[in-house]
Design a protein around this ligand. Structure first.
Ligand SMILES: NC(=O)c1ccc[n+]([C@@H]2O[C@H](COP(=O)([O-])OP(=O)(O)OC[C@H]3O[C@@H](n4cnc5c(N)ncnc54)[C@H](OP(=O)(O)O)[C@@H]3O)[C@@H](O)[C@H]2O)c1
Length: 253
């Protein structure tokens, strides 16, 4: 495990590196001179992101093309990435799908795909990564969940339940590994302007991806446990979580 002093570039593994939020975060890390290993499933987009980050000042950029639903490949992929970086200070999990809620209400395979990509694949990655970090008594696992996981709503309860499962998994993992010197950060964004939300009504009012990325970098630096971003979502979700179910079930959310 490398040291994170001011002279050594941080070694950061990014899973889902072509995500809008991940890209914006990596731009900040690149400007700080970080070493990056980027994983994404679209080779062309990945090459473009990697080239951009090299120009922006990253001290090292390597890549691997992988569909992260292929959990059998995770151990080899992660070992290769850490070997390439010669260590790992931060693993950043950013991949995910919104999925088609109306279709998922009718078709279990659609529902299962959302759960698999957003929950099962991260559990596989984090199981390997947590054990790697525990052995070294160091490292940060920063994972993008969502405010949607804080309460199930009719408009997106498949996505929401996949993120609720992920948030609960991260809570338990943190409780296990914090005492081993490993930090687990659960990132809960509200709506953010990225490809995932571009077709949604009022998406121009959603949070700016660069501001969100800035908050994520700061939360990782402060070794925080949970980040609601933008911050306003923390009180909003507190209220939403406390609405009695007898009322909540009648709301159109
Ligand atoms: N935007 C929001 O409002 C919002 C709010 C809360 C949470 N989040 C979460 O933030 C994270 C990043 O999302 P985003 O907003 O940046 O959206 P995005 O730009 O659509 O990014 C999603 C990324 O996940 C990748 N991906 C999906 N399935 C994959 C798989 N099986 N293997 C490898 N990569 C896969 C996509 O790759 P391709 O480009 O190849 O499809 C894409 O790069 C997600 O976990 C999302 O759930 C987003």
């Amino acid at each position: 495990m490398s040291q994170t002093d001011s002279t050594t570039p941080r070694k950061i593994l990014v899973l889902g590196a072509t995500s809008g939020i991940a890209e914006a975060t990596c731009r900040i890390w690149a400007a700080q001179g970080a070493s990056l290993f980027l994983v994404a499933r679209n080779a062309e987009k990945l090459a473009a992101v990697a080239a951009d980050l090299r120009v922006r000042g990253a001290s090292y950029v390597d890549t691997a093309v992988a569909d992260l639903d292929d959990t059998d490949q995770h151990p080899a992929l992660l070992a290769h990435a850490i070997n390439s970086l010669t260590g790992m200070d931060i693993a950043y999990l950013a991949h995910g799908i919104l999925g088609d809620q109306p279709q998922a209400e009718q078709d279990f395979n659609t529902a299962a795909q959302i759960i698999y990509t957003n929950f099962m694949a991260p559990v596989s990655l984090l199981t390997w990564l947590a054990n790697f970090c525990v052995q070294r008594h160091a490292g940060t696992l920063a994972v993008i969940s969502s405010v949607a996981g804080d309460r199930g709503r009719k408009s997106n309860y498949l996505y929401g339940s996949s993120k609720a499962g992920l948030s609960a998994f991260l809570q338990g993992l943190r409780n296990r590994v914090d005492r081993e010197g490993v930090t687990v950060l659960t990132i809960k964004p509200g709506p953010v302007k990225t490809a995932m939300t571009s077709g949604m009504p009022k998406s121009d009012k959603f949070a700016d991806v660069d501001q969100v990325a800035k908050s994520i970098v700061a939360a990782i630096d402060k070794r925080r446990d949970i980040l609601y971003v933008p911050f306003i979502w923390q009180p909003i979700m507190c209220v939403i979580r406390h609405i009695p179910e007898s009322i909540f079930k009648k709301l159109n959310l």
